[in-house]
Every structure is written in C-alpha cells, then in structure tokens.
Design a protein around this ligand. Sequence first.
Ligand code: FAD
Length: 602
Amino acid sequence: LNVHGYVDANLNASLVPEVLAQSYSYIVVGGGNTGAALAARLSEDTTKTVLLVEAGTSQISNPGVSVPGLAGSTFLSEVDWAFSTTPQANAQGRSVYWPRGKMIGGSSGLNFLAYTRGHKSEYNSIAWLSRDASWSWRNLLPYFKKSESFSTPGPNTENVTREFDASVHGTSGPVAVSYPPYISEQFAGGFFDGLEQEGVPVDIDLSDGASSGVSWSASTQSPENVRQTSDNAYIAPAVSARSNLVVLTSAMATKITWSADKLNGSVVASGINLVATASNTTILTATASSEVILSAGSIQTPQLLELSGVGDSSILNPLGISTVVNLPGVGANLQDHPAIVLVQKLKPGFVTLDGLAGDRLNQALADYAAGSGILTQELSTLAYLTGKQFLTPAEQKQLAKLVLQPSTQLPASQQAQQLLQIAAGAPIIEFLPINTYFGPSAGVANESYISLAACLQHSFSRGSIHISTTNPLTPPAIDAAYLQHPADRYILSRAGKFLRQLAVNSTLTSFVESENEPGLSVETDAEWESWVEGAVRTEYHPVGTAAMSLQNESGVVNSHLQVYGTANVRVADLSILPVHVSAHPQSLAYAIAEKAADLILG
Ligand SMILES: Cc1cc2nc3c(=O)[nH]c(=O)nc-3n(C[C@H](O)[C@H](O)[C@H](O)COP(=O)(O)OP(=O)(O)OC[C@H]3O[C@@H](n4cnc5c(N)ncnc54)[C@H](O)[C@@H]3O)c2cc1C
C-alpha cells in the first residue's frame, strides 16, 4: 500500500483521500478487543490488504489505560462511549451506565484486566446452538492458547502460592497474561480465606474450563505490569512489521455499502461509508474487494447492521430504511452479567484505592514504577460458584423450579442449554472483591472500603439493542431487560444475603467495620429482592446481539461468522455468542479473533 500504518482521520486529514483511494481485501470495522487482533492476524497474509476503521485513537501511552490499578479512571472520558440503558422496567425505572472502550483495543483498554475462561459445558452449548463442533471447548482451547503468553506467578505481597495448570496456557502468543505482584490483605486473608472457611473449594486455575470455587485471577498485564490491549499486543507490532495494513483512527463507520448485483441470491458488500469524528458530516467511502467484517462490539455491531438495512423489517421500515436482508435476530437476544455490589466499610489501617490523590497517588505511582504496590493490581481474587456452593438446600429447590419457567423472550433451545450447563456443574454466580468504594454514590472522605460484587453468569432474561433513528451518531436503545426472569432476581438476592454473611461471619470480619450498602435495614427475602431491583447494574459483559445460531432460531451469523443473506459480511466480536459464558470474556474475544482469522484466510 502507498499509505500504510496509523492514519488519524482528524489529524492527518490530508492523507485520508489517499487511504480511501486504495481498495482493500478486508475492511474490519471496529478496532476493539476482537477487531484489532483480527486485523493484525489478517495482515500476516501479505498477499492481502487490510483496512481497520476505528472511531477512537491509539492510547498506548495513556497511563489511565496502561497502569492496571488506574482502570476505571478513564470512565466518562473521551475513551469511553459512556452508553446508558433505557429505563429498566424491573429495576425501578432506572437507566444503567454502560461504559465501553473507544480506542484501538476497545474495551480491552477500559476493562479490569481479569483473565478467565468459562466452563467447558458453555462452549459446548455454543457449538450445539451453532451446529458446529469446532466451537466446543476442546476445539476452541488451541485458539485461547494461540493468543496468550502466560507467565508463571512470581513473588507477591502476601506470600500466596498461586498454582496453575500449565497445560491450558499458551506461552508464545501476543497477549501477556500474568499475576499481579500485589495482593491486598483484605482480598487474601479476608475474601479468599473467608470463602474457604465457608466450605468453598479452591480452584487452582480459572482458565481450565472447569471453574468452580475461589481462585487467584490471572490478569492481562505483562510481567512488568503494563496492561495488554489488542493495540499494544497485536496492532502496534503488526503496523511496524508490514505495509499491507492501514489503521484509520478517529473514523466512524456509518453503514455498509452494497453492490448492485447479488451473488447466488445473497447481497454483496462493496465497502463502508464512514465519517471523520471531527467533522461528522462529510460521508466518505472505503472499498473492499473481498469482505467486510464487523467488530464494533455487542452494542454497535447490531446498530451498524440495522443502519445498513440488515435486521427486522418491522423495525427498519418505519424508520424509512429499506430492508436489504430481513433478519429478526439482529439486536435481539441481548444477555449481560447483571451485578449487585455490597459495600463494606473497612476498619482503619487497610490500603485501598479510596481517595488516592495528592501525595498518596504520587507515592503509589513511584511504587508502580518500581514494580510494586497497589497500582500493579486490579482484580486478583475471584470466585465462581454453583448453586450448591452458596444456596441452602431449600433455596436450591426453589431455584430448580424457577429456572424451568418459560418466558416469551427466552428461546427454548437456549433455556435447555442453560439447564444442561447447570447440570454439568457450570457456575451460576461470580463473587469478586473490589478494592474501593464501588457503590452508587461516593464513599466518605478518609474512609476505606471493600466492595463485594455478585454477578449473575447465566441470565434467563433477554434484552435487545435497536436503532431508534437513522442517525448513526445517535446511540441505539439498549434494553438490558434486567430481572425480566424471576430466576435472575432470586439468584442475585440470595447472593447478596450470602455475601453479607461472609462479611460478618468469616475471616473477612476482622477487616470489616460496618455495612454501607445495602445497610442492615435490608433483612427479609422481600427486602433483599426489592434492594436488588434498585441496585442491579452491569458487570460490563453484554453479548448475544448477532447470535451464531440457525437462522430460524433467531441467528444472525452462521458458524463461519457469515451474516445470513450476505455473500461477504461477517461479524467477529462478542455479539456472536448465542449464550453467555461464566467468565470475564476478553479471553474469548481474543480466541474469536484467532479463529475468525483462520476461517477467513483459510
Ligand atoms: C468497564 C469494563 C470492565 C471490564 N472488565 C473485564 C475484565 O476484567 N476482564 C474481561 O475479560 N472482560 C472485561 N470486560 C469485558 C470485555 O472487555 C469486553 O467484553 C470485550 O473487550 C469486548 O470486546 P469486543 O471486541 O466485542 O468489543 P470492543 O472491545 O468494545 O470493541 C468495539 C470497538 O469498535 C469501535 N467501534 C464501535 N462502533 C464503531 C463504528 N461505527 N466505527 C468505528 N469503530 C467503531 C469501538 O470504539 C471499539 O473500539 C469489561 C468491560 C468493561 C467496559
């Protein structure tokens, strides 16, 4: 390519006509967790040319991105799309804030770095729902490993021995995965030991496809404690190695363009329209000779499909968009990991991120530069539990009845798979401690907190994401459908009760002074359920809005990630999951990128 490497549509506007004059084998839309990794892999075939289009910019040198303990500090900044849900019918009419990464690396640059994988039964469900065994746990594992460069745990602040299963880790992939050297004492001696005291087993490795119990979480950070994103791990090295890749930043795709002719009855994409984010008005066009791949994430991939005329015609036609492919599954099937957060005030003397400013922040940054201290850690201690591991026998019985309840939004085939996963021992809840006040308001100055999150791993509710206007700059309407199914409310409220018990009745008790949220006025089951309605929020893991399923089961893509009814459009991001996994899903975004590259180049 005459022009290659990073080109910013705002800063290098004079280069843009030349970039767009070139035709590309592949256009990848969205340089996020999946898209940037995929574009880098596609460019390894130097007979092909690749254009990656990303609305944000590269943030490799932004400390809010690179320093693990500063995760969260970039919320509501220019690298966060800062979406909100629609008012939630079963959550007291509240809109819930949904951060998403807007940068090369996407949400891999905004997330909390935890690196885990789900239960093997969940990948087997994905394989079953897509009718393709290549998506099973056994067949996906090589792709997880291909993306990973795992380091064995080094010494740490609490002298904790962290075991692992070397057989499930890759050691020569682009993404460095390691364990932070710092572990908070309230995480180790409080949360971890407390759960063990409650009879929860220790799980040595949350990447082995059999998560069950409390564990030390690996983290997408290098042994030097620099956050890994698909920018510094994949794209930056690809840009410096090859001249067949353009990374066009500050450029927002607005729709797919279509050829006049069809191929075997399927519509053919000719490229995309886009705008430079500074101008937003001049519509530009990029041309693809082979394929257009959407990797804009679970929120904006369905938005782009609908803007391009691919979706439910009863949604598109009233907006004046002519239907190119009538595909009712687009934007349907939204699944999140809904979460609640209890906040416990700590006794004096424990180190947290609360009020980290001024001299304390400077000291923490100096410690970080020396490879130690609280900023080298983000999430480090997690627990994934089955119902049996945290519910009483009576509660288990009640839940067993609730999960059988049908719902009009929940496809029977997915409900059946979720029941099979439970039977196979897949965790239904995740508990995780957060080293700061993480409640709805703000902590009190000079106080320190531990927040205890409970995150539902297999929601039985199904929401949707649809456009409400033809303006591509208007965010789509996100209906998370929190607590739509009674099983979701039941699990979260019982999880809240369990976490309170942990705080008052285990080794955690020696760290905790008092409960801030919900507060001891919440006591009965009914009070817990009503508190959950007012508190439910996101674990930031939406998936499912371009599901890989049969077309007559609300599918959007087939098992080769091709959008039904199109000859050359694929989706590669987490929107393709027909059902969720009990994991922090960035590991799967990388595995999808690796597999998609093989599918496309193969
Ligand atoms: C706050 C937060 C914390 C999280 N914590 C963890 C964690 O600890 N561990 C974990 O495993 N997962 C975590 N996650 C989830 C995980 O990061 C995401 O699920 C994953 O990164 C999603 O990958 P993706 O490729 O599907 O989408 P994204 O990474 O979001 O990528 C989408 C990209 O497309 C771009 N884009 C969108 N629309 C357009 C357009 N029209 N034109 C051009 N570009 C466009 C976006 O700017 C973005 O870069 C967290 C997420 C968040 C937000």
